[in-house]
Design a binder for this molecule. Structure first.
Ligand SMILES: Nc1ncnc2c1ncn2[C@@H]1O[C@H](COP(=O)(O)OP(=O)(O)OP(=O)(O)O)[C@@H](O)[C@H]1O
Ligand SMILES: [Mg+2]
Length: 317
């Protein structure tokens, strides 16, 4: 349904009046998101996850690459139609919800702009959806600040779903919530996925959360995917040293600490990515060729891996 091919987003930042630097925030990712499925996106802070989200929503114009919705480009189906199909849930609903508007008005607004429904029909639809996400009609006339964090995220979900999108990008949707509330909101997202047939792109730092909700997982490093494929494969036998490092250093994964976990160290800047394989400076398996040649993302069993030494790594697991 959603197909992304070699998508890139570079930012040009002025360092000095006469010097500009390119930040390769997103440096060529490709994937396919089928109907009703979830692609989990993981990687350290700054690896380009939110840039991917904003570019997919077309809030940012891609530097290059293609975004295809049902095999059509955004230009072909039109920006407005595209936006009806793909919506976003943000990490911090407080910053993304207008504090001067009541919940009901926040959910009604997209219908007022995009449909010819009567006032009453719009209110009925909004109340029905709010109830579906767990906000009773008696709570629907409150302002966002009167809600708890969990309720606010439910409101954010209702706003994202009111126009009936088929795909939703969730950028850290539960990381601002108390742990006790996280599971409730995640279960709501999973219920909605099942009843509405939604596809999700689910971005999170928390591998436990990502492995719970995803069908496929993409591991990003400095704007690129270093490994991607079915969740079961990536969880059972991660191939890329970076995937292993992430897995081993995650508190929510009950894996013994591996050699790779100790090697994580500091993340290089996307303004000055290392030559060759961008992971080589942190990689415990790096060899001279890793400094010179960037590995391609190639099939390895059921997954795609960008590493020159997948065979060596296999023996090491
Ligand atoms: N508008 C912008 N102008 C310049 N650089 C940007 C812009 N937006 C993002 N970047 C840079 O692009 C890189 C990727 O940022 P992005 O926000 O996508 O990372 P992220 O993976 O979402 O991180 P986090 O986990 O902290 O949310 C970072 O180095 C960031 O500083
Ligand atoms: Mg982000």
């Amino acid at each position: 349904m959603l197909k992304v091919q070699d998508l890139k987003k570079y930012y040009l930042v002025k360092k000095w009046p006469d010097e500009a630097k390119t930040i390769r925030a997103l440096d060529g990712v490709s994937f396919h998101l089928p109907v009703g499925k979830t692609l989990g996106v993981v990687g350290e802070s700054g690896c380009g996850k939110s840039t991917l989200a904003r570019t997919l929503l077309h809030l940012e114009t891609p530097t290059s690459g293609a975004i295809l919705w049902e095999n059509q480009s955004i230009a072909e189906i039109g920006e407005n139609n595209y936006r009806k199909n793909i919506q976003m849930i943000f990490q911090d609903p407080y910053n993304s919800l207008n504090p001067r508007k009541r919940a009901i008005d926040i959910v009604c607004a997209p219908l007022q702009v995009n449909t010819n429904l009567s006032k009453q029909e719009i209110v009925d639809r909004a109340l029905e959806l709010l109830l579906k996400v767990g906000i009773a009609p008696s709570e629907a006339y409150k302002y966002p600040h009167m809600y708890s964090g969990g309720q606010r995220q439910r409101l954010g979900i209702a706003r994202a779903l009111i126009l009936g999108p088929k795909a939703v990008i969730c950028d850290e949707p539960v990381s601002a919530l108390d742990v006790s509330i996280q599971a409730q909101v995640l279960n709501l997202l999973l219920d909605l996925q099942e009843t509405l047939g939604l596809s999700y792109i689910f971005i999170s730092h928390d591998l436990g959360v990502v492995s719970h909700v995803s069908d496929d997982i993409m591991v990003m490093y400095l704007g690129k995917a270093v490994e991607q494929g079915p969740k079961e494969e990536l969880m059972r036998a991660p191939m890329h040293p970076y995937t292993r490092a992430l897995w081993a250093s995650s508190p929510s994964m009950d894996r013994p600490k591996a050699k790779e976990a100790l090697a994580l160290g500091e993340l290089p800047s996307p303004m000055n990515p290392p030559s060759g394989c961008s992971y080589h400076k942190r990689c415990p398996y790096a060899e001279p060729m890793c400094r010179e040649k960037a590995p391609e993302l190639l099939p390895h069993g059921k997954t795609l891996v960008a590493c020159h030494f997948t065979d060596k790594l296999k023996q090491n697991f």
